[in-house]
Design a binder for this molecule. Structure first.
Ligand SMILES: [Zn+2]
Length: 158
């Protein structure tokens, strides 16, 4: 990214946010040489994907739904916009890696959960409690236990 004033190559990102239509990322940058500030908009690829809902109806993939679900799960948790945007792109990359044109909402939910688990444990549990539709306190507790033991194992490895 060249500075529009002095053409210097190195700029730092000072702020990132999704554009209003959530189809792009607006980044505020600052030139490391002359300190000039400017913004760039990067378009995010739109997935060509059909989502099959639990009742069998189909609808085009909608990034907004993923974002809304994540924001809700992460309510009052602390995270930066930049890391949130990265989380969304990692989820979409995994969706793309399936190389399928049709996924069920459950399959997408599983992908979201996998990424959310390493992003924020509380958010993960909130999200899982909606998506896995825990039928009773027992199954919810088992899931929390699973998370704790996976976390414990990861720590041991380090
Ligand atoms: Zn400059």
């Amino acid at each position: 990214m060249l500075c529009p004033v002095c053409s210097h190559r190195d700029t730092k990102v000072i702020d990132s946010r999704l554009t209003l239509d959530r189809a792009g990322i607006r980044r505020r940058r600052q030139c490391l040489k002359c300190n000039f500030r400017f913004s760039t908009v990067e378009q995010i690829e739109i997935l060509d994907l059909t989502v099959v809902k639990r009742d069998g109806t189909k609808q085009p993939y909608n990034r907004d739904k993923i974002i809304q679900g994540l924001r809700k799960a992460l309510e009052k948790r602390s995270y930066t916009e930049e890391s949130f945007i990265n989380l969304v792109s990692r989820i979409e990359r995994d969706i793309q890696k399936t190389k399928k044109n049709e996924l069920t909402s459950n399959q997408i939910g599983e992908i979201v959960m996998r990424k959310l688990e390493s992003f924020d444990q509380v958010g993960y549990i909130r999200y899982a409690s909606v998506y896995r539709d825990f039928r009773d306190v027992g199954s919810f507790q088992r899931e929390v236990k699973n998370i704790m033991s996976r976390r414990h194992k990861r720590r041991k490895k380090k």
